[in-house]
Design a protein around this ligand. Structure first.
Ligand SMILES: Cc1cc2nc3c(=O)[nH]c(=O)nc-3n(C[C@H](O)[C@H](O)[C@H](O)COP(=O)(O)O)c2cc1C
Length: 305
């Protein structure tokens, strides 16, 4: 029997498959559709200091092999998250990771500080792709200085493992990965949705109410795979892959490339049981190829040349 467990930042995951942020809501919305107790863990929907209303509809659009979303990180805010959402997960036997969003550095830090006092989230994943309202709306994670500021402030606010979820919309992810680690990240999530848009040619209007959205699903998998590969060569902290994984083959590819954990997101909308099937497939692959511990797959890629 293959040992499927993976430990990063002192947290033991029963297997490397997690549900990505924003997909499973606050963890209770998918009751009966996806058994989170069979997975390594669940990353909850992003939470901000105050409630956010999100963007104007339409917020979703289907694309070839993927989808666009411009939800705008609608969420209930910190108070309701602490009072209602986290307590609702009390009996759930899986690792819970909170996802932190903000419009200013202080907002991010305040959320991290409040979550630090709560024993349930095992780790905090910081989504640095939010627009920085103090710097003409440029995403924190696409500028080295603002990335340093936001990660340093979050680091000072929490002793919990800090995962920084990098933005894919940069020309070279390596310096951003190194910057996040220097500022205190314990692990990096690579990456996020890719900035994109769709147009309805009949109405001659953008499909999304927000004009721009984020592309996710199988269409982005090869892009995410390369970003994981580049990041794994740039830094020494654990990597959590996010982008387009639909099954065990993608999970194995991400792990061989250097990811310790693999998040699955968009695929759940069409196949809620896909993460469970990925765990089974991963175990069979490891067994068949002689890996007694699935952790040994991490970075086991045989590079060309
Ligand atoms: C509807 C939707 C909501 C999302 N909400 C969040 C969020 O709150 N915080 C975050 O960091 N990422 C969020 N994401 C990004 C996903 O966590 C994931 O990184 C991305 O979709 C790529 O993975 P996938 O192709 O497996 O979906 C969201 C994605 C979708 C499709």
């Amino acid at each position: 029997m293959t040992n499927l467990s993976i430990t990063i930042n002192g947290i033991e995951f029963r297997n490397p498959i997690l549900v990505a942020s924003g997909i499973a809501g606050y963890g209770t919305e998918w009751d009966g559709l996806c058994d989170f107790e069979k997975l390594g863990g669940v990353v909850l929907k992003g939470v901000s200091r105050e409630p956010w209303a999100g963007n104007a509809p339409p917020r979703l659009a289907e694309t070839p092999s993927g989808m666009l979303n411009a939800i705008g990180l609608e969420n209930v805010g910190l108070d309701a998250f602490l009072d209602e959402k986290l307590p609702a997960l009390e009996g759930l036997d899986t690792v819970i990771v909170a996802n932190v969003v903000g419009r200013t550095v202080a907002e991010y830090a305040d959320v991290c500080e409040a979550l630090d006092k709560h024993d349930r989230p095992a780790a905090l994943e910081v989504n640095v792709s939010c627009p920085n309202v103090e710097s003409s709306g440029i995403a924190f994670g696409t500028n080295i200085n603002t990335l340093t500021e936001v990660v340093s402030a979050c680091r000072a606010a929490t002793g919990k493992p800090l995962w920084v979820k990098l933005s894919p919309g940069v020309s070279d992810i390596a310096p951003f990965a190194a910057t996040a680690v220097d500022a205190g990240a314990d692990a990096l999530t690579v990456a996020n949705t890719i900035p994109a848009m769709a147009i309805d040619v009949e109405s001659r209007r953008p499909v999304l109410g927000n004009t721009y959205g984020g592309l996710s699903g199988p269409a982005v998998f090869p892009v995410a795979l390369r970003l994981v590969h580049v990041t794994a060569h740039a830094v020494d902290v654990p990597i959590i892959a996010s982008g387009g994984a639909v099954g065990w083959r993608d999970a194995v590819a991400f792990m061989l490339t250097g990811a310790s954990l693999v998040q699955m997101g968009t695929v759940l909308f069409s196949a809620p049981a896909a993460p469970e099937a990925a765990v089974t497939g991963l175990a069979e692959y490891a067994e068949r190829t002689g890996f007694k511990e699935v952790s040994k797959l991490v970075g086991a890629l045989i590079n060309k040349g």
